[in-house]
Design a protein around this ligand. Structure first.
Ligand code: PMP
Length: 394
């Protein structure tokens, strides 16, 4: 699947760029921005839940410091490194602040991979990670995801067959798009295999705080883990603040690379984020509001899926316990074809094929429950059921 913008260009792209797959999701979002379409396609957090008043307060407090509008060090402002380290029980030297966790992913890949190095990803994959690994011309090996997260048994078989990955990428909590969370066994086994075989685990975790049911899991243990976090889903994506936590030698490498990438992040945004994340009373209340509202939205979605969609076709899904996504299987249906009917019926989703590496996933689709209200979600599923009905009639 090549990017339309590249194929129509007369500029010869670098080899690295020509191996990047375009994001079908980004293209799709253009179609679904029509006001008459109820979109469950986006990967955005709820705009109505962004704490804009408290963010404005942080902005006005921070701007009174002269240094807020200056360059800062490449590793990020000290107060934010401290707040992140404190929350996660680590040392500020093990934390580097990035321009969203996407940049942390990009810099980690650039710092650790040479062209041809093997990277293991899940299938379906977080497309932003696939693009990063393709951009450094890594050899991608995809393992079909399981209900317990990354398939550690298959990984073990690959390792005993002589495959030598440099990185294993995993979204440990509420996977995008598959919704699953890595079990305690998956986490322990990943850490053991990384220690035995000397690969790095990138634990990509922007959704862990958004748990509204079930029990929280400890992060993946061990010193072979590069852990990525983000302010995007708990505060606001426009802050463009994320971070990586890793051993100080990895942090140092990434810091060096970062100097060439963009010198440093936004001092202003980082100081604001430190003000917000450092206010634990505010954060506790705000994150609990987010969880409560996402729980309400997820319940409206899954309730409607069982009744309205279940009445017209088979539907399989795992009940979300957090995050923003519900990953569906509609046995016997091609969801890429269904999407045309769906947009005509006024609803949008992302077909499973957009996240597939090797697996077909043609009967899967990703629904986001984050941005629509419970009533809108109920209506969106009603429209989806109409689209399925239309598709069945040819
Ligand atoms: N990792 C995953 C799994 C994501 O879903 C996203 C964004 N949707 C990111 C990383 C990047 O987020 P950000 O750069 O806003 O922190």
């Amino acid at each position: 699947m090549s990017s339309p913008s590249l194929s129509s260009s007369t500029v010869r792209p670098s080899r690295a760029l020509s191996s990047i797959r375009g994001s079908a999701i980004r293209d799709l979002l253009r179609v679904t921005e029509r006001p008459d379409v109820l979109s469950m396609a986006g990967g955005l957090p709820a705009t109505d839940l962004i704490p804009s008043d408290r963010i404005a307060e942080a902005a006005s407090r921070v701007i009174s410091e002269a240094s807020a509008l200056q360059y800062t060090v490449s590793a990020g402002v000290r107060p934010l490194r401290e707040v992140v380290a404190d929350r996660d029980g680590t040392h500020p030297e093990r934390v580097l602040i990035t321009h969203g966790s996407q940049q942390a992913l990009f810099l980690s890949a650039q710092a650790l991979l040479d062209p041809g190095d093997t990277v293991i990803v899940d299938d379906p994959v977080y497309v932003g990670a696939l693009q990063v690994f393709q951009s450094v011309r890594a050899e991608i090996v995809a393992l079909p995801i399981t209900a317990e997260g990354t398939d550690v048994d298959r990984l073990e078989r690959l390792l005993s067959d002589g495959v030598r990955p440099r990185i294993v990428h995993t979204v440990s909590n509420f996977h995008n798009p598959a919704g699953v969370t890595a079990s305690a066994r998956t986490r322990r086994r990943l850490a053991e295999l990384a220690a035995d075989h000397g690969f790095w685990i990138i634990e990509d975790d922007p959704y862990g705080q958004l748990r509204f049911a079930g029990r929280s899991m400890d992060p993946i243990p061990g010193d072979r883990v590069i852990r990525l976090g983000s302010a995007s889903k708990i505060l606001a994506p426009a802050l463009r603040v994320g971070w990586l936590q890793a051993s100080p030698d990895v942090v140092e490498l990434v810091e060096l690379l970062r100097q060439g990438a963009d010198l440093c992040g936004s001092t202003f945004a980082q100081l604001m984020t430190a003000d917000l994340l450092g206010d634990s009373d505010f954060m506790t209340a705000h994150v609990s509001d987010l969880r409560r509202e996402y729980a309400r939205r997820a319940a409206a979605l899954t309730g409607a899926l069982r009744t309205d969609l279940g009445a017209v076709c088979g539907v399989e899904f795992i009940e979300p316990e957090g995050g923003m996504f519900c990953w569906l299987r509609l046995p016997g249906l091609d969801t890429a074809i269904l999407l045309d009917h769906a947009v005509r019926a006024g609803v949008a989703f992302v077909p499973g094929a957009a996240f597939a590496v090797d697996a077909g996933l043609g009967d899967r689709l990703r629904l986001s429950f984050a941005t629509l209200s419970p009533d809108q979600l109920t209506e969106a599923v009603r429209r989806l059921a109409t689209a399925v009905h239309d598709l069945g009639r040819g």
